[in-house]
Write a protein that binds this ligand. Structure first.
Ligand SMILES: C[S@@+](CC[C@H](N)C(=O)[O-])C[C@H]1O[C@@H](n2cnc3c(N)ncnc32)[C@H](O)[C@@H]1O
Length: 214
């Protein structure tokens, strides 16, 4: 069983991929959510990407340790080093039913476990992250089938990375509709839900579920 904070695990429930769905985990390393996705449904067809080649073995180890890399019959589970913002280099042209976008972020939601995050973050880091998150959203959205669901998640508590990011995406993307999540995912924050660090004994986390119009 992959070990993650309860907040991170809840991302799977928020995505709620259909049985046997074709799923993209766009920012997958170290593979916690990929492992949970497959534990929840070993029949998923999963493509797990990460841009950082040093982090890729951790996804494979995580999946192998849980026996999940072999569980996908006929190579239904693939792990690749790839930049999710450049689908022309890795996408086979078949749409995904569901996309997990667990975006790179300031990690301000996990400060209770990693307090040094607050010391090392700078203003420029935040604007670079906000820009990268927007590029990821724009790049993977066209790969989702009509009616499909994308979960945008961060372990951040900063509105720029969360509610404002999603609000701007909805404003520029006619086919994207907010699909509200219940209170169990945290406080209402724009089109998503925000949990603050320590609430319900979990890390701070943001979730926004977006559905593509048919
Ligand atoms: C929050 S972590 C993902 C955690 C992971 N989903 C899990 O549950 O274990 C964000 C990841 O995004 C990756 N990343 C950043 N930019 C990327 C890009 N353009 N394409 C793919 N992965 C990217 C980082 O290398 C990092 O591993």
């Amino acid at each position: 069983m992959a070990v993650q904070d309860g907040s991170a695990q809840q991302a799977l429930e928020a995505l709620a991929a259909e049985p046997g769905a074709r799923v993209l985990d766009a920012c997958a390393a170290p593979g916690g959510k990929a492992a949970h996705l497959l534990e929840r449904d070993p029949a998923l067809e999963l493509l797990a990407l990460d841009v950082d080649p040093r982090r890729l073995p951790r996804i494979e180890d995580n999946l192998r340790r849980s026996g999940l890399l072999e569980a996908g019959p006929n190579g239904r589970v693939q792990v690749r080093v790839a930049d999710a913002t450049m689908p022309a280099l890795w996408w086979d042209g078949f749409s995904f039913d569901a996309i997990m976008l667990d975006a790179p972020c300031s990690a301000t939601g996990v400060v209770r476990r990693q307090p040094d995050i607050l010391l090392h973050r700078r203003e420029e880091d935040l604007s670079a992250l906000v820009h990268a998150q927007a590029r990821l959203l724009d790049a993977v959205w066209p790969l989702l089938r009509p009616g499909g669901v994308l979960l945008y998640a961060t372990c951040s508590i900063l509105p720029e990375e969360n509610a404002a990011q999603v609000e701007a995406f909805l404003a520029r993307t006619a086919s994207a509709l907010a699909s509200p999540l219940p209170e169990a995912f945290g406080h209402a924050a724009g089109a998503g839900r925000q949990r603050l660090p320590g609430e319900d004994g979990m890390d701070g986390f943001f979730y926004a579920r977006l559905r593509k119009s048919d």
